[in-house]
Design a binder for this molecule. Structure first.
Ligand SMILES: C[S@@+](CC[C@H](N)C(=O)[O-])C[C@H]1O[C@@H](n2cnc3c(N)ncnc32)[C@H](O)[C@@H]1O
Length: 181
């Protein structure tokens, strides 16, 4: 991710957050020498801990806009944990002009296939919660969606030379980017 960010802004500072110790150790190993990056081991469902972590506060200026990337992760947050409230805490902590990026699994369009994904994940430590497009849209409360809005994954600004699948619902999820005014 930091490589992509730095294509746009060579001095971009990037903080990765994950609650899986193996993912964290692996990330730290491959980020050695990457500079201006940090890996925080924390649970995104606890925004106060994430936002107060020295790895984050040492790198990010709270007065400056940030991009919060919640890519392929919010479907691991159950409704009981209040994903909308969690995202709202990150929104409230972010400066105006910040962005929220979400990609999220959904059963819209592919109910049979996604049911099998759900059943598979129920056997793991991280069960999945599929959400409808309307439920995912609610996560952008307080953000203005940028074009093309909340769309099936392959439809979010595909590279110009990429042929978009004729049935984008086969990718079983939505992607969107919102800007905090
Ligand atoms: C499908 S991966 C996506 C990783 C990354 N966002 C990407 O797009 O490559 C999901 C990651 O979310 C992490 N994860 C799941 N629940 C989490 C939570 N509550 N807090 C922090 N990380 C979590 C998992 O450990 C896993 O590394």
């Amino acid at each position: 991710m930091h490589e992509v960010a730095r294509q746009a802004a060579p001095d971009a500072r990037v903080v990765y957050v994950d609650n899986d110790p193996v993912a964290v150790e692996h990330s730290r190993a491959i980020l050695t020498g990457a500079g201006q990056t940090a890996v925080v081991q924390a649970d995104l469902r606890e925004p106060e801990s994430v936002l107060a972590d020295p790895g984050l506060t040492g790198l990010l200026d709270p007065g400056q806009p940030v991009a919060v990337l919640m890519v392929a992760v919010l479907h691991f947050v159950s409704d009981d944990a209040d994903p909308r409230g969690i995202v709202g805490q990150y929104r409230d902590a972010a400066a105006p002009g910040s962005y929220l990026v979400v990609s999220h699994a959904s059963s819209d369009g592919q109910p049979t296939l996604t049911e099998s994904h759900k059943v598979l994940y129920q056997r793991t430590a991280t069960p999945m919660t599929m959400r409808t497009r309307a439920q995912i849209a609610e996560l952008f409360d307080g953000f203005e969606l940028v074009e093309p809005g909340l769309v099936y994954l392959p439809l979010w600004r595909p590279d110009p030379d990429t042929k978009v699948d004729e049935r984008p619902e086969r990718f079983t999820g939505f992607a969107g980017v919102g800007r905090k005014p």
